[in-house]
Design a protein around this ligand. Structure first.
Ligand SMILES: Cc1ncc(COP(=O)(O)O)c(C=O)c1O
Length: 424
């Protein structure tokens, strides 16, 4: 297969990578293995991981507990259809998720990725209203959001900072409130909720659900907003009896310093979407969790059921790793680690704000974001980071760090020093 061309050439010519051109692809590096927070490239260069493989690998790579879970499960059964069967690992996982989320959330729908969890949550809300005899097609969300790359998810991503422009003619048109301006630690300004309040009131009878990322908006702008905003959103949803979907796919499982970001606001969603670090970043799996009331109303519809059923729903391997992941989290050691990372980020990165290349620095939990004034040349900056022994992958004007929670001080220093030297 690789006789005439090298692996590098084959990759460039035949393999599509995320958000990349097949004509002028971004540079791609050959990786051999990963352990802890160290990524080993094919030429034996070691990189400290600052990305947790897009918010997912919270306990590091090649983790012995997660490895053991998958090895044990693979001997029993890698996969079995979920239609007509149940198994120990899926039941254990659903029970674990019910135990760590608000008591109102009791019914778990397992699926295969974050985007699919969003599709499921949207479909649940549409079917809920249909079952109640009302036709509601609109979704209210906020600008700068990101919820995935499938069609339903794309339709609620930020209209500018996303693929909206390319696909907008094919997407259902939804309602976008201004994104929150009030920052996490600032004094709450009641005016911040005005745009959302106006729109929810105006379209209340057309809106099936509200969807947003709690506290931290990810790929749509990497913004961290005031917990009071989310509290007001929840109150308004209750007032107008509109379902609230929280997308915790990126923020869930400790990343913001709380197990779930909605805890910063003390609110309870009607539907909760989880993914990414649900399996400690080992495998793709998602969960959409809702209340008994919503699931019963949906089940009372003409169809008599919720119309979704992915092939790999409840995959035993993924469920077993997710259970092992939750066991690690259950020890609560992550709380201290995430706090440590947050404090260290604050101490070392906040002084960079003096740089005339930086517009803003935002830090919460094990997340730090540097917003630059000018757009970043990704190929160039990636090379710079690799030469400095770190894996950091910026986009637009955003350079961000979200390392695995297990990162040690020396490793964190390598990551941070590479950023500091970039702005010297
Ligand atoms: C907040 C949020 N929602 C949904 C998704 C989509 O998840 P997936 O890539 O697993 O489909 C992402 C992915 O980055 C995300 O950050």
């Amino acid at each position: 297969m690789f006789i005439k061309i090298t692996k590098k050439q084959f990759n460039k010519k035949n393999v599509w990578h995320p958000y990349t051109s097949m004509i002028k692809p971004l540079k791609c590096y050959s990786i051999k293995k990963a352990k802890g927070v160290v990524l080993k490239l094919f030429n034996n260069i070691n990189l400290i991981d600052g990305m947790s493989s897009w918010w997912s690998c919270i306990h590091g790579y090649n983790n012995s507990i997660l490895n053991k879970a998958i090895k044990t499960q693979i001997k029993k059964m890698s996969h079995i259809m979920f239609g007509g069967f149940y198994h120990k690992e899926a039941l254990k996982l659903c029970n674990n998720l019910i135990n760590i989320t608000p008591k109102e959330l009791k019914c778990v729908f397992l699926a295969d990725s974050g985007s699919v969890a969003i599709e499921i949550a949207i479909k649940m809300s549409l079917q809920y209203w249909q079952s109640k005899g009302e036709y509601r097609e609109k979704i209210l969300t906020i600008k700068n959001g990101y919820h995935g790359d499938t069609f339903g998810a794309m339709s609620v991503c930020d209209p500018k900072n996303s693929m909206h422009n390319i696909y907008k003619k094919y997407l259902t048109k939804h309602i976008f409130a201004e994104s929150p301006k009030c920052k996490f630690n600032e004094n709450w300004d009641e005016n911040d909720i005005n745009s959302f309040k106006y729109l929810i009131k105006k379209y209340s009878k057309k809106i099936a659900c509200v969807i947003l990322e709690p506290i931290v908006q990810g790929a749509g702008g990497m913004k961290i907003y005031n917990p009071m905003y989310l509290k007001r959103v929840s109150e308004l949803c209750k007032k107008y009896e509109i379902l609230l979907i929280l997308d915790e796919i990126a923020t869930g499982f400790g990343r913001t310093g709380k197990l779930f970001a909605y805890e910063h606001s003390g609110i309870v969603p009607d539907i909760l979407c989880l993914g990414k670090s649900l399996t400690g970043g080992y495998m793709t799996l998602s969960a959409t969790i809702t209340t008994k009331k919503i699931s019963y109303i949906i089940s009372n519809s003409k169809s008599g059921c919720f119309m979704h059923g992915p092939t790999f729903m409840g995959n035993p391997l993924a469920c077993s790793i997710a259970n092992a992941n939750l066991e690690i989290l259950n020890t609560n050691k992550w709380i201290k680690k995430v706090k440590y990372i947050e404090n260290y980020f604050k101490k070392t990165l906040l002084p960079l704000i003096k740089s005339n290349k930086i517009l803003d620095i935002r830090i919460l939990g094990a997340i730090s974001i540097i917003e630059t004034i000018n757009y970043i040349d990704i190929n160039k900056i990636q090379r710079f980071f690799i030469n400095n022994g770190v894996w950091i992958r910026p986009f637009g004007k955003l350079i961000y760090l979200m390392p695995p929670y297990i990162i040690k001080k020396t490793e964190l220093n390598i990551l941070i020093n590479s950023l500091i030297s970039l702005f010297k």
